[in-house]
Design a protein around this ligand. Structure first.
Ligand code: GRF
Length: 190
């Protein structure tokens, strides 16, 4: 069993999917740490309800990004974390941080990378008129939304879809695909 950390900034529905999968024995790991950079995030409540350790960091409380990342890294190291899962973590990690945990940080993105990188991927895909988008789980490198892909799954955009129904479909796939990718990592199969 390896220890993993989940980094969040918002709702935390992917955190929830990971917590549930770990609790149900579907992924061979323990969620040992939740890191959140937004003190108002609902993800914090989810972590509290599951009783996992939380580190809430506010950028304003640190003199620099490096100082904030140093605080996070000390917690990650102290808890012997082998894998960091970004789940809606909206802050860019420095090259230094990514290097420190090279090959041990993964992310879920709501589109079929390399298409529709960036923060509004679902909307961008919807507005572009493509009829297929999807979900990607990938390793994190310094360049945003660009690291090696672990798993991808397509989601068909129907004529009847709205941005809301598409968002719902994508999230549903994320909640299944992300735990699967974590499982592959735990089994050394990535
Ligand atoms: C997800 O759509 C994920 O793909 C993206 O941010 C969103 C986070 O949602 N990176 P949640 O906080 O897990 O509910």
């Amino acid at each position: 069993m390896i220890n993993i950390a989940v980094f969040c900034s918002g709702n935390g529905s992917n955190l929830q999917a990971i917590l549930d999968a770990a609790r149900d024995g579907l992924i061979p790991c323990r969620v040992k740490l939740m890191v959140c950079d937004n003190p108002g995030a609902y993800a914090i409540k989810r972590a509290e309800d599951s009783g996992i350790p939380r580190l809430i960091v506010n950028r304003k409380d640190f003199p620099s990004r490096e100082a904030m990342e140093e605080r996070i890294a000390s917690e990650v190291d102290e808890k012997n974390i082998k894998l960091i899962c970004l789940a809606g973590y909206m802050r860019l990690l420095s090259g230094r941080f990514v290097e420190r945990y090279a090959g041990r940080i993964i992310n879920v993105h709501p589109a079929l990378l390399p298409a529709f990188k960036g923060k509004s991927a679902i909307r961008d895909a919807f507005e572009s008129g493509v009829n297929i988008s999807g979900v990607t789980v990938h390793f994190v490198t310094e360049a945003v939304d660009s690291g090696p892909v672990i798993l991808q799954e397509a989601v068909v955009i129907e004529k009847s879809d709205t941005i809301e129904t598409l968002t719902e479909k994508i999230h549903k796939v994320e909640h299944r695909l992300y735990p699967q990718a974590i499982k592959l990592f735990c089994q050394n199969k990535t």
